[in-house]
Design a protein around this ligand. Structure first.
Ligand code: ATP
Ligand code: MG
Length: 401
């Protein structure tokens, strides 16, 4: 049975000069990690990512390409012989499909790596386009076509229309590692995804206050970690019991400071985890002014408890923009499930809006909570979610060939 071939165009990484090789290798390696359990071959040639495999590997390959960060577009290609009649036939086939998917205009774009072919790129493009517009399949638009039909002439010929958008960004792993504070809300999974798109490997930490927060709340956060692992190749989630810490805060801190104290405690333990896993920064889903604990003053207080750089990729986004991304990456439906992650028992009625670092530090010290933080850290539980396992589980027939 003939293999299927997919092609993907590389994104921003083509701009990276001397780092280009490292970036390309990382991208190929990442694609291979998705497909580890599948009979498929990934290779990079002349600035294109190629994935080949048997027909049965199609779902796994398409899953990979629709989640892989670092490509701008992808398509299944028709592979044909290097003669003009075969090329014309292939272009027609791709054009009809593009039309069926809603395209009204097209342009044929030819790349000729194999310069021995007797016609030049322009002549090939004209010959291939002719039938398509003469048979009224689509009109030509050389400036802003709905469908770019690409013909690549190599040892054989690849014809495709890359209308599937890629996720862009930099390949995961080229920008170090960060530790995401992942809660069950809408924001933090989006924050993690945003950093993955900048090439960061992301692990997670989640604090729970069982039995004040439910087992379902924890399951929901694990589900969110699993969803974002589809983009981040794999992710570990560190689950940390924080009930004793929260009880101490409730007992000793002025009520209006309790949320900020909790944030400071989270930062301290997250720093310990980050050192352990060699993460270079912490990441949160905070957005300026969204809630009382996210005024500029209170963000400064939270940050004062953090040794490592604290990244807040959503800081300048409004809720609608965040929700749009959450919908696009598939976390929204899970995030809005009703299980509360911060029990109302611990939420102050009138939280302080503009705390000072000095005052907050004084209160924090009066909690004498370091020992409890150490214990919470020691009791952490770790789970791993990997895109590779998802592929193995859901596209199993491909691995049985
Ligand atoms: P989210 O939608 O991400 O829950 P939020 O708008 O509810 O955010 P807060 O509850 O104030 O905002 O939390 C701010 C940030 O603190 C979160 O985005 C997350 O990064 C972190 N955070 C909050 N609660 C937890 C938790 N239980 N475990 C881990 N991180 C948390
Ligand atoms: Mg929250």
């Amino acid at each position: 049975m003939p293999n299927v071939t997919y092609l993907a165009k590389l994104g921003e990484l083509t701009l990276k000069g001397s780092n280009l090789k490292e970036f390309e290798n990382r991208l190929v390696n990442n694609a291979q990690l998705y497909l580890e359990t599948v009979k498929a071959r990934v290779l990079l040639r002349a600035g294109r990512l190629y994935i080949e495999g048997p027909e049965s590997s199609v779902p796994a390959i398409e899953y990979t390409l629709s989640h892989l960060i670092g490509i701008t577009g992808w398509a299944r290609a028709i592979v044909c012989e290097k003669d003009i009649e075969s090329m014309k036939k292939a272009v027609m086939q791709v054009a009809v499909q593009a039309k069926n998917e809603g395209a009204k205009t097209f342009k044929v774009d030819v790349r000729r790596a194999e310069k021995t072919f007797p016609m030049n790129s322009y002549e090939i493009a004209v010959a291939c386009a002719e039938d398509v517009f003469e048979q009224n399949i689509m009109a030509v638009d050389v400036h802003k076509p709905d469908a770019f039909i690409r013909v690549e002439v190599r040892e054989r010929c690849f014809v495709y229309c890359d209308r599937n958008k890629g996720r862009r960004g930099l390949p995961v792993g080229v920008s170090g590692k960060g530790l995401l504070l992942l809660s069950g809300g809408i924001d933090s999974p989006v924050a993690g995804y945003r950093m993955m798109r900048r090439g960061m490997k992301v692990d997670c930490v989640y604090f729970h206050a069982y039995p004040y927060t439910s087992a379902e709340a924890q399951k929901k956060v694990e589900d969110l970690a699993a969803i974002i692992s589809a983009y981040g190749i794999d992710t570990h989630i560190n689950i940390i019991p924080f009930t004793d810490v929260q009880m101490r805060i409730k007992e000793k801190a002025p009520e209006n400071y309790s949320t900020l104290m909790l944030r400071m405690c989270m930062m301290k333990v997250a720093n310990m985890v980050a050192h352990r896993i060699k993460a270079q920064c912490l990441i949160t889903g905070e957005s300026l002014g969204q809630v009382a604990s996210q005024t500029m003053e209170n963000l400064e207080v939270t940050e004062s408890a953090c040794e490592l750089p604290l990244l807040r990729p959503l800081v300048g986004l409004d809720k609608e923009e965040i929700v749009n991304t959450a919908c696009e990456i598939g976390t929204y439906e899970t995030s809005i499930l009703p299980y509360e992650d911060c029990c109302v028992l611990f939420s102050p009625k009138h939280p302080v809006l503009r705390a000072s670092v000095e005052e907050a530090t004084k209160i924090f010290e009066s909690l004498e909570v370091q020992e409890l933080l150490n214990e919470a850290y020691e009791k952490r539980e770790i789970k791993r979610f990997a895109a590779r396992d998802y592929v193995a589980e859901h596209f199993a027939p491909a691995s049985e060939e």
